[in-house]
Design a protein around this ligand. Structure first.
Ligand code: GLU
Length: 411
């Protein structure tokens, strides 16, 4: 059987070709030479399958799509509070290269604008600028699942014109946001932006975030789930330059764009996405890239605010069974146990309590149980025991783990 996914992606790519507006970024001389008609799309699943169409082998510089990944590394090194002392998490509503520093502290508003990204680069722990850059490049490589390298031509080209970023560096130094000489920090930031990637690399990098920080192919944990959540939140609110609010309402996928023409998007638990086409709109976002992401979000129901299906009730069935000759009420549960599904179970137990002394919770058909649901289920079980019931658990797959409840001998 043939998978319908590649055909679908190539239709998305083709349908975006009507969006021919915009212009290639030219403030970095090397980017001005990009072929405006190049376009590519890739989707990586959380189990490591990558589908790609168009100019999928074409390498381009990662530019601002590097920012969330460096932010992730700085967070791993210093923790949320350590980074938060120097870089905020508020959308600036301004262009990527605006100053956007808090008036009193000089703290950049967020790590997705240049000032914040430069400060973030400086927060990566290292004993020298070279070591810092190497840590950053190897970090991206681990997310991509292959060694990535810096495109020296792009780096040189931007270093020669990096006056504005250098100015940010000096300003940040004057506020004490950067320690030591700011010039190597800005140079390191510019070089991080020149790392060469394909849409497949970006989709896998994104899929690692979608997979809660575990690389879909190697199974290596790269980032703590709490930090993944933090990075994705900042991508959602600040990732699309000054079009972030518009992006949230229309596409609804935490994303980051770069002036080379790429957009990388993460749908938690589902997929990593990457699109590429060099012509940019006035915000600096790829025109065809935005069209492709809008279409993917719409067709595949990927808007984050859509994704939360109302949780089903946890109860699949309530049966009367006989166990060891004693009449027993069996609550057969199913699906994922989360707060709302367990709450509906508890409500049922409160409003319509079991009339038999023996009660069984059958969780053999339950897929996952989150922490709050586990705690609530255990509390509910204890309270049934306090009311004089004898309780047992049918949990062949051990989804409730060490609940402290007795296991049922019933089948
Ligand atoms: N290296 C670019 C700069 O600092 C990145 C900008 C971007 O992609 O938004 O200007």
């Amino acid at each position: 059987m043939k998978s319908p996914v590649p055909g679908y992606l190539s239709r998305v790519l083709a349908s975006s070709s009507a969006s021919s507006g915009g212009a290639v970024a030219d403030y970095i001389p090397e980017l001005a030479g990009a072929d405006p008609d190049h376009a590519a799309i890739a989707l990586a699943t959380v189990d490591g399958t990558v589908y790609a169409q168009g100019d999928a082998d074409l390498a381009f510089s990662i530019q601002s799509m590097s920012k969330p990944f460096t932010y992730a590394l700085a967070l791993s090194d210093r923790g949320i509070d350590g980074v938060g002392e120097r870089v905020g998490v508020e959308p600036s509503g301004e262009a990527f290269n605006e100053i956007s520093l808090e008036p009193d502290t000089g703290r950049p508003r967020n790590p997705m604008i240049n000032a914040g990204a430069i400060a973030t680069h400086g927060l990566v722990s290292a004993s020298s600028p070279e070591e810092r850059l190497e840590r950053v490049v190897s970090w991206y490589s681990r997310f991509a699942g292959r060694r990535l390298d810096i495109d020296e031509q792009v780096a040189r080209s931007e270093l020669g014109e990096g006056h504005r970023n250098l100015a940010f560096g000096h300003l940040l130094r004057s506020f004490g946001i950067i320690d030591g000489d700011p010039v190597p920090v800005v140079e390191g930031y510019i070089r991080q932006c020149a790392v060469s990637v394909t849409v497949e690399d970006l989709a896998l990098m994104a899929a690692t975030l979608a997979n809660g920080g575990v690389h879909p192919r190697s199974g290596e944990r790269l980032l703590d789930p709490k930090l993944v959540r933090h990075v994705l939140s900042v991508m959602m609110s600040c990732g699309m330059y000054d079009a972030a609010g518009d992006w949230l309402t229309t596409v609804g996928i935490p994303s980051k764009s770069g002036v080379s023409g790429g957009i990388v998007g993460v749908l938690p638990g589902q997929v990593g996405l990457a699109v590429f086409s060099p012509r940019l709109d006035r915000h600096g976002n790829s025109v065809r890239g935005v069209t492709m992401m809008e279409r993917l979000s719409e067709d595949m129901n990927l808007h984050l605010m859509d994704a939360a299906r109302p949780a089903r009730s946890a109860i699949r069935d309530v049966r009367r069974v006989e166990i060891h000759g004693e009449e027993t009420t069996a609550y057969v549960l199913h699906g994922d146990l989360v707060f709302s599904s367990v709450e509906s179970l508890i409500r049922r137990l409160v409003e319509d309590p079991p009339t038999t002394r023996c009660v069984v919770f059958d969780v053999d058909r339950v897929d996952e149980v989150d922490d709050v649901a586990r705690r609530m289920a255990v509390e509910a079980a204890r309270s049934l025991i306090d009311d004089g019931h004898e309780l047992a658990l049918a949990d062949r797959n051990g989804v409730l783990g060490e609940s402290g409840l007795p296991a049922s001998t019933a089948d």
